[in-house]
Design a protein around this ligand. Structure first.
Ligand code: AMP
Length: 217
């Protein structure tokens, strides 16, 4: 699609719409999506040594130790070779950011800056059918019968970590860990470009324009 190899990082709090924006980047620009969360989850499903090590941390809502994650991500980046990519979920703290910058020349860092109140509201309206993983967003894609799964009619529940007080804590932790990463990237490596807004549909056209300019430039 584009000839220049481009290496991007996307940063955003849980619930910031990072998944949706990443998908659109992949579709529009043909970048490979390298998501640390996806890689770790896949390893858990495949019951690999890495998966076994990572599982306990992920299940208890903790970060997986830097050493494990960095090794895994750098190996994946090496595997990808000379292709454009977008890193999602990595780096997640300044130690990881330091190691990445020593190994890779990053061309852009896209920071999704969504107000906490919007994220808390978004996540509060997210209900799931736990056995199947089907997700409903109240006021956006509602179930046909309130509180019931469309397919099975079983009751919907909220994830423990989607409850407002837990989300507020996750967001606070995210800010604590990411602010040095943002300062670091600003100070030493590349521009961080922040996209501030309340909705993905308002942010995406700006991200798209930004990347088009960068990739072609
Ligand atoms: P995510 O899908 O990005 O929210 O990641 C899910 C879980 O995987 C996180 O809660 C962490 O336990 C773990 N994880 C993903 N990326 C990293 C990372 N860069 N450093 C440490 N742990 C990570």
């Amino acid at each position: 699609m584009y000839s220049k190899i481009f290496r991007a990082v996307i940063i955003g709090a849980p619930g910031s719409g990072k998944g949706t924006i990443s998908e659109r980047i992949v579709k529009t620009f043909g970048f490979l999506h390298i998501s640390s969360g996806d890689i770790l989850r896949q390893n858990i499903i495949n019951n690999t040594d890495l998966g076994k090590k990572a599982q306990q941390f992920i299940n208890s809502g903790q970060l997986v130790p830097d050493e494990i994650v960095t090794k895994t991500m750098l190996a994946r980046i090496r595997e990808v070779g000379n292709k454009s990519y977008i890193l999602d979920g990595f780096p997640r703290n300044s130690a990881q950011a330091d190691i990445l910058s020593a190994r890779e020349q990053i061309d852009a860092v896209i920071n999704l800056n969504i107000p906490h109140d919007v994220i808390i509201c978004r996540v509060k309206n997210r209900w799931i059918h736990a056995p199947s993983g089907r997700v409903y967003n109240i006021g956006f894609d509602d179930p046909k019968v309130p509180g019931k799964d469309d397919v099975t009619g079983e009751p919907l529940t909220q994830r423990e970590d989607d409850k407002p007080e837990v989300v507020a804590k996750r967001l606070q932790l995210y800010d604590e860990l990411m602010s040095p990463v943002l300062a670091w990237v600003c100070g030493n490596v590349v521009w961080v470009t922040s996209f501030k807004g309340r909705e993905t549909k308002e942010i995406w056209p700006r991200v798209e324009r930004f990347l088009k300019d960068k990739v072609q430039g």
